[in-house]
Design a protein around this ligand. Structure first.
Ligand code: HEC
Length: 179
């Protein structure tokens, strides 16, 4: 009887140890969901997390930043960043996006979004960061930032925004970068 009990205790503590060990094992998905390392998926294809050190927009030339943008839009950049900022109110961008790092899970933060866009463009093989921002606004369901779902951001901006509007919004977003 006694031997049987200690066998049971042994088994139970072994199972407990197993649970503890597996709970402590590193979760390979963890880095995918950390806010600073969100990945972008096109359709179902995930691209690797933003590399560290994080790419920055500051070293890029204007040409490198604007590469791949439709000509009519690129010709209007730099536009009016102040106007771009004010357009984010009636178009409700700031109803979902914040410009700081406060924990908001409705939409990806715009904190340093210009730098973020450099990494995303690299991951996706796009010509430049402005083009990534442009497409994220005009066709929001093409590239889905991991951790978020499609069909949340309105896909009406390509109709609602004029070339000047989108150029001004891009000019504003491109100012949101590390000091
Ligand atoms: C109803 C909420 C909502 C509104 C309004 C909205 N967005 Fe978004 N936005 C999202 C979500 C959710 C995502 C992430 C999913 C995706 O990639 O489409 C996103 C993604 C983006 C991205 C890509 C960010 C990144 O980190 O890669 C940009 C840029 C962006 N939005 C700009 C805008 C602009 C500009 C407006 C206004 C003209 C706007 N959004 C309005 C919800 C919103």
């Amino acid at each position: 009887m006694v031997r049987r009990k200690s066998y049971l205790y042994g088994l139970v503590s072994f199972l407990l140890a197993l649970v503890v060990v597996s709970a402590c094992a590193p979760n390979p998905r963890l880095q995918l969901i950390s806010p600073n390392m969100v990945v972008v998926a096109e359709g179902e294809t995930f691209v690797p997390p933003t590399p560290t050190p994080r790419p920055r927009i500051a070293p890029l030339s204007d040409e490198e930043i604007l590469a791949g943008l439709p000509e009519g839009v690129a010709a209007r950049i730099p536009g009016d960043a102040e106007r771009g900022l004010s357009l984010t109110v009636p178009h409700n961008c700031i109803g979902c996006h914040v410009t700081d790092n406060s924990l908001v899970d409705v939409a990806p933060t715009w904190s340093e979004v210009a730098d973020t866009a450099v990494g995303r463009a690299q991951q996706l093989g796009l010509a430049g960061p402005a083009m990534y921002l442009y497409r994220s606004i005009m066709e929001p369901n093409v590239y889905i930032v991991s951790g978020y779902t499609s069909d949340v951001m309105p896909d009406t901006y390509s109709v609602d925004l004029s070339e000047q509007d989108i150029a001004d919004i891009l000019t504003y977003l491109l100012t949101l970068r590390a000091e």
